[in-house]
Design a protein around this ligand. Structure first.
Ligand code: C5P
Length: 238
């Protein structure tokens, strides 16, 4: 069964930690992204891990291989249970990321899952066209194949692409899917800046392994209620 990952996209660590406290025991994973990590640094990872969460450090590393190797090694050492790189960084960068994880493991640290970012779920065909073109679905599939070939654990993709990715890369290759929006009574839903969105039930039915949800929970008047409703909708898709 897929697992829920709550994106703690907040401008201050206090807000992120308050929300995490209210969700303790209800969700297995929280995601620390660029804003929170840039502001709060490694201590926030430790505090979330101490609360019992598995922490996904979502920094989407993309740099020269040596720098990415060091970044992944650092992420593992600070206790991240998952981190990620951009697949457009290519084979040498991905291999350096895997080496960074092994460097950390050699010092007795647990190996984090290492995922590759394909095409951001906020990007549609029109956005890719502006960068020189390409069909988003084809591009995602091509990058996912490469990620599997490099030896990564899975990819970040839209739930719309999970069925094709699993078929091409195997069931064991993970799919972590943001761009999730709960089905609301009446059908209206806020998509925010996401473009390729999917409901929790459909994402689970497609075979997604991790569903990443941010604003539908972080901006809810009742975040715990929102998480329980998401979990209910996920079970409906199982
Ligand atoms: O608020 P929302 O549910 O749209 O948050 C989605 C989260 O997933 C954000 O933290 C965003 O950075 C992240 N993400 C994404 N698309 C990707 C990779 C990560 O939306 N391809």
């Amino acid at each position: 069964m897929a697992e829920l990952v709550i994106a703690l996209d907040f401008p201050t660590p206090d807000e992120a930690l308050d929300l995490a406290r209210s969700l303790r025991g209800e969700v297995p994973w929280v995601k620390v992204g660029m804003e929170l990590f840039t502001l709060a640094g490694p201590p926030v990872i430790g505090r979330l891990a101490d609360m019992g969460f598995r922490v996904f450090l979502d920094m989407k590393f993309f740099d020269i291989p040596n720098t990415v190797r060091g970044a992944v090694r650092a992420a593992a050492r600070m206790g991240a249970a998952m981190t990620n790189i951009h697949l457009i960084g290519g084979r040498r960068m991905a291999e350096a990321a895997l080496e960074g994880r092994e460097d950390a493991a050699a010092t007795g640290v647990a190996r984090p899952l290492l995922y590759g970012v394909t095409v951001l779920t906020s990007m549609a065909g029109v956005d890719l066209a502006d960068l020189g073109g390409g069909d988003p679905a084809e591009r995602v599939l091509g990058l996912a194949r490469k990620g599997a070939n490099y030896g990564l654990d899975g990819v970040v993709c839209s739930a719309m692409e999970v069925v094709r990715i699993k078929k091409a890369c195997g069931e064991a290759f993970g799919c972590l899917t943001p761009g999730i929006r709960p089905a609301e009574a009446g059908g209206a839903q806020a998509t925010d800046d996401q473009r390729r969105i999917v409901t929790p039930a459909d994402a689970v039915a497609a075979g997604s392994d991790y569903l990443v949800v941010g604003r539908p929970v972080t901006r809810a008047a009742d975040p715990l209620g929102a998480v329980r409703e998401l979990a209910r909708q996920m079970r409906a898709g199982a």
